[in-house]
Design a protein around this ligand. Structure first.
Ligand SMILES: [Zn+2]
Length: 128
């Protein structure tokens, strides 16, 4: 399960960060999710709630921001945001080459958007 392993990894990172910072309760976790991870935000949030049970992260809100994928075209040297064909379902798009938005070539390589990054963790810190 793609989303579950991603959610688990977010929870583990948040728990680790919380430990290092005297956190009593994590209230929100912000993540940037690259387009080419093909993670579904709703699924990610659902799995995050399961994965965070009985941890300091339990009850925290997972806020998912989708970031654009990056392509590099070997025909015209375009490098930049990908433009996903809205008619192609993401399950299929994951396995088909992305067209260059500049020249339409399929000689493209994915150079970004396969990662998800925790950008910010909001928490209550034990100040006593
Ligand atoms: Zn091109």
């Amino acid at each position: 399960m793609h989303e579950f392993s991603a959610a688990l990894s977010i929870v583990e990172t948040a728990v680790e960060t919380a430990k290092q910072n005297n956190v009593v309760r994590v209230t929100a976790v912000n993540v940037d999710v690259g387009e080419f991870t093909f993670l579904i935000p709703e699924q990610l949030i659902f799995n995050f709630e399961i994965a965070s049970k009985n941890t300091v992260v339990e009850g925290a809100e997972l806020r998912v921001t989708k970031t654009k994928g990056k392509l590099k075209c070997s025909d015209c040297n375009y490098e930049g945001d990908s433009e996903v064909d809205p008619d192609v379902p993401s399950q299929i798009a994951a396995f088909s080459p992305m067209k260059c938005p500049n020249c339409g070539s399929s000689a493209t390589a994915i150079v970004g958007g396969k990662e998800f990054i925790i950008t910010n963790i909001l928490a209550e810190v034990n100040s006593s």
